[in-house]
Design a protein around this ligand. Structure first.
Ligand SMILES: [Zn+2]
Length: 329
């Protein structure tokens, strides 16, 4: 089984892969504010332990306890919560993650926070076709709203939370607007594949012209199913055959692997005002957190209270003046 350096995979799920100005690293753009304010995100609707004394206590409280257990965090860290949240949404975890694929396992380890969302979690760690993405997007449902003059599409629950956050920001004289147009929200699989190919095809021809790859090797690489192609590209990069724009670094520092973007799940929103710590706090108070390290404008809808994130198996990584929540594995 191939091994992928964690440094390379840090960018694997750079979820801005569809936006031309978003997936390149953003240098020192953060302010020094922290994101530690107390969350005021509303409590879950559970009323366990406070049931009406006149009600049929036996079955009701048992049901309520079961519901709370079902809705709350599971013991066992991220992996247990990944599985329990998928099951809660009627999804078989085995159909989401291919544990025999090293790239998928590392994607989940680095950027899997999105699978804990209270909205519809992605049905795949790595989508591999447009029909797969379309089917997911159609089942999850989406709503479109205008933000900053741009139409954004998200899952309904994520959109509601974002609208509330934007309203709170507005009341404090702040704004929450999309970065780089409509692609700040929903994206298509084709878009992620186009971006990958814009780097991959150019680099493959470059290395053939330099004699590092044969015509046969390039032809074979191009014909591989996408998941295998990604794995083989990362293997070649270990020997210095890089596929980024300037052929001097991993392609994953330039674009994400196709099919791994949280934007495909309509649970991500790229925010223009990401440098403002108060804006980040407002987003966190409404269930929106940064979960992709180094992708500063990118926020993910989890729908959870910030203070509960550790119990769901997420750990906080603070860097460049802001916090990121990533799986504790
Ligand atoms: Zn993004």
């Amino acid at each position: 089984m191939m091994k992928v350096p964690s440094s390379v995979l840090l960018c694997l799920l750079i979820t801005c892969l569809g936006a031309s100005a978003c997936y390149e690293p953003i240098a020192n753009t953060s302010d020094s504010g922290s994101n530690q304010s107390e969350s005021v995100f509303p409590e879950p609707e559970s009323t366990a332990g406070e049931s009406d004394p006149d009600s049929n206590k036996g079955s009701n409280s048992a049901k309520e306890e079961e519901l709370v257990k079902e809705q709350g965090p599971a013991n066992g860290g991220f992996r247990a919560n990944f599985e329990s949240n998928l099951k809660r949404h009627g999804i078989d975890p085995g159909s989401v993650l291919d544990t025999s694929n090293a790239v998928e396992s590392r994607i989940l380890a680095e950027y899997g926070a999105v699978f804990l969302t209270t909205a519809d979690p992605p049905s795949k760690v790595m989508f591999t076709s447009e029909p797969e993405v379309s089917s997911f997007q159609s089942n999850a449902g989406s709503v479109a709203e205008r933000f900053g003059g741009v139409t954004i599409e998200l899952q309904p629950e994520a959109m509601n939370a974002l609208k509330k956050a934007a309203s709170v920001a507005d009341s404090r004289g702040l704004k929450i607007t999309p970065r780089d147009g409509a692609e700040a929200g929903r994206r298509s699989y084709a878009k992620t594949l186009d971006l990958w190919n814009s780097r991959f095809l150019k680099a493959a021809d470059h290395w053939r012209s330099k004699g590092r790859l044969t015509a046969d090797q390039v032809s074979r690489l191009k014909s591989l199913p996408i998941k295998e192609q990604v794995s083989e590209v990362l293997e070649l990069e270990k020997s210095g055959i890089y596929f980024n724009t300037f052929f001097n670094n991993s392609i994953l520092y330039s674009v994400a692997a196709p099919g791994t973007s949280q934007h495909l799940s309509m649970l991500a929103f790229d925010v223009s005002e990401f440098q403002n710590a108060e804006v980040r706090n407002i987003l966190a108070e409404h269930g929106w957190f940064r979960t992709v390290q180094n992708d500063e404008p990118h926020f993910t809808y989890l729908g959870l209270k910030e203070s509960d994130l550790p119990s769901y198996g997420l750990k906080k990584v603070s860097k460049n003046g802001g916090d990121y929540w990533i799986p504790d594995i």
